[in-house]
Design a protein around this ligand. Structure first.
Ligand code: GLU
Length: 504
């Protein structure tokens, strides 16, 4: 048997972390087994589906590197695969045929109940403390009764008969599952009275027609599976194997939600999570590698992935772990690659500084960032952290807040004296070579000659030349800034203190 599995997103929202994980597991499973990974767009919720969401989903999957073997036409490319089209709204005749087949075999029937009737049924059930369930009003109408309702102008929905009994299946993650069909809410609407087919129906018709061997999806679909199995059987199709992936949880162990967690993949991308780290993180969100290793590339995951090591307990979304993995992946990038990936993040940050009144000295390019990579590569939890780490190099003049300029244990006069003295020491250093290891000694000597703690002196210098208290290593920072700008900024900062009310 050749594995065929799929991701079937509905374009009713941006690519969600949960959908991305489901896509990844399907992709890994298909690649590991030498099978086929299909993308199908479930866009029958016309009111909520948008082209923008579809684009976000496709771009997100592409960014993660999850290429599909079969899928809809996109970006001017024709649909790929023998079961096109892969958008459900373009497949309506198939659902109509399947519904007719079920009707003709009396496995489904037209239902003429009005919304008012159904609402009243539900209200009565609620009042009696019963779960909602279709009462079966139209389940056994005679041909004449149907004609009478048609004559009243009622347009029927189509309901699938849910037979009594127990549906059992062997879930590849959760083991044997049995559900009594009594719990399914009665006969199921598969086509609305306006002719549009519903999810439970389209998903089965498509999985059957597209010859899916495995349905790997979130645990939130577990209760739908018995309905789907009954529909597969009714359509005379092979029932695929099912694997339900554990829920993704907020840190408080409630189901992951937009309200408590950032759920859109694009938002992580915008912060500067790299796709390698996102893939690595999502893979471990519900799957155990079986080793102590934690860092896995997509290729390594393809080699190792196995549904039997997907666990059934909920998987907590741990943002710190994501950042840690991201830092690990950033460290593994080549200087060139990292420099290029950082350019748009630095540019965006400098735009915000421009908006705040600063003047960027250039449009940064990879050439500007390359020499800084050794200073920042180990300090980036996300690519977006680059801005505050190096922006002092890219604006002139630097505006420094006098309040942060004065170290905690110092007063403005001491700080000013220290900045002037440091400036003189640095000005005395080699004009030809301005090296990090040549700057440290003389500045330490200055501190001990004046009885200052080196840490205080270094902090005053750091803030004077960068405007910030946290930066890459100080002496490397001075070298990156260059002799002339370092001296200028020390003078300017001393000037700021001189002009401040408590300075002399
Ligand atoms: N369109 C469904 C969803 O977005 C697909 C569910 C399934 O994989 O069967 O949840």
């Amino acid at each position: 048997m050749t594995v065929r599995c799929r991701i079937a997103p509905s374009p009713t929202g941006p690519l969600h972390i949960g959908t991305a994980r489901t896509a990844l597991y399907n992709f890994l499973f298909a690649r590991h087994e030498g099978g086929t990974f299909v993308l199908r767009l479930e866009d029958t919720d016309v009111a909520r589906s948008t082209v923008a969401y579809e684009r976000d989903i496709l771009e997100g999957l592409h960014w993660l590197g999850l290429a599909w073997d079969e899928g809809p036409e996109v970006a001017g490319q024709p649909a790929r695969g023998p079961f096109a089209p892969y958008r459900q709204m373009e497949r309506l005749p198939l659902y109509r045929d399947a519904a007719d087949q079920l009707l003709s075999r009396d496995l489904a029937y037209p239902c003429y109940c009005t919304k008012a009737e159904l609402d009243a049924d539900r209200a009565a059930q609620e009042a009696n403390g019963q779960p909602p369930r279709y009462v079966g009003r139209c389940a056994h109408l005679t041909a004449e009764q149907r004609r009478a309702r048609e004559a009243e102008g009622r347009r029927p929905a189509i309901r699938f008969r849910i037979p009594p009994g127990v549906v059992g299946f062997d879930d590849l993650v959760r083991g044997h599952v049995e559900i009594d069909t009594d719990a399914l809410g009665g006969d199921l609407v598969i086509v609305r009275s306006d002719g549009t087919p519903l999810y439970h129906f389209t998903v089965v018709v498509d999985d059957a027609e597209m010859a899916m061997t495995h349905v790997i999806r979130g645990e939130d679909h577990l209760s739908n599976t018995p309905k789907h199995i009954l529909l597969f059987r009714a359509l005379g199709a092979d029932v695929p194997a099912f694997a339900h992936l554990p829920l993704i949880l907020n840190p408080d162990r409630t189901k992951m939600s937009k309200r408590k967690s950032q759920t859109a993949v694009a938002d992580y991308r915008a912060e500067g999570v790299v796709p390698e780290a996102m893939v690595n993180f999502l893979a471990l969100l519900g799957w155990a590698s079986g080793t102590e290793d934690e860092i896995f590339s997509l290729d390594e995951l393809i080699e190792r992935f196995d549904l039997s090591r997907v666990h059934s307990g909920g998987a907590v979304f741990d943002r710190n772990r994501l950042e840690w993995l991201n830092g690990q992946w950033i460290r593994r990038l080549s200087t060139e690659d990292l420099a290029e990936r950082l350019v748009p993040f630095l540019a965006a940050h400098l735009e915000t500084r421009r908006a705040a009144g600063d003047i960027p000295v250039c449009e940064p390019g990879a050439d500007d960032l390359r020499p800084l990579i050794p200073l920042v590569q180990e300090r980036l939890p996300v690519l977006g952290a680059i801005g505050p780490l190096v922006d002092f190099l890219f604006v002139d003049p630097l505006r420094v807040d006098p309040a942060t300029l004065v170290p905690k244990r110092w007063d403005p006069d001491t700080t000013m004296a220290a900045l002037v003295a440091a400036r003189d020491v640095i000005a005395g250093q080699g004009r030809v070579s301005f090296e990090a290891d040549e700057l440290e000694g003389p500045l330490r000597d200055l501190a001990s000659a004046r009885g200052w703690k080196p840490g205080d002196l270094f902090m005053a210098i750091r803030v004077a030349i960068t405007g910030r208290t946290a930066t890459p290593p100080l002496f490397d920072t001075m070298v990156a800034l260059g002799r002339a700008r370092t001296l200028e900024r020390l003078e300017a900062a001393a000037g700021v203190l001189r002009g401040s009310p408590t300075g002399t």
